[in-house]
Design a protein around this ligand. Sequence first.
Ligand SMILES: [Zn+2]
Length: 246
Amino acid sequence: MERVSSATAAEVEDSLDAISTDQSGRSGKKRAKVWAYVDSEIVDGIEKAVCKYCKLQLSSVSGKGTTHLNRHIGYYCHHIPQEDRDRFLATLKNKSDRDNSVFDPVVFRGLIAKYFLSAEVAFRKADDPAWKEMINYCQPSFNVVGRQTVRADCLILYEEEKLQLHQKITKLKSHVSLTADLWSSNQNLGYLGVTAHYIDEEFELHKKIIAFKQISFPHNSFAVQDLICQPMTGQRMFESDEEDDD
Ligand SMILES: [Zn+2]
């Protein structure tokens, strides 16, 4: 059989080494980010840190820290584009932010729900053993939530968003423009989406989906009118079919 990849065995081995599911022995191994910009070389029998860009030799004493290296890369090395230096400084800043942060399981659950919604992940994936293993590795104190909890958290986020949007639109001084879009799913079911467009006080344009409903045949003007008018009558705004069925 023909080889589909041009990568050598050594390259494959190298790339495999970049990630690992083995949790033994990897923790505690830390290398400062600055070493991506600096090489360690022996010059006249003495270990030196050599800038990869301008070849400047800086002292390198193990255990003495990398502050002087950070300073060179972040501020003084003009062989590195400003953009790259800014990015490097930002990674240093992020690290100190992390060191000061406190893990909050409530926020974490909210972020998990946000991720499931944003990436359109099926709720059952929350029960995947590899997902649980990953979360458990990142934060052993966190009681990993299952699909029922993730689903419930997503609904809480939805209710919060709905309330906020309702308040925003109620207070709005500008006009709201509605757009309706009809489409059919691959099971041949008809759906109607209603999008509200408005400009806020800061003169920023916003686009929000305020209804997404199944529409019965025939898709005539009366059916469309009914569904578009529903979301505008206060309470019914944003309600989904799922809620109607309850
Ligand atoms: Zn340099």
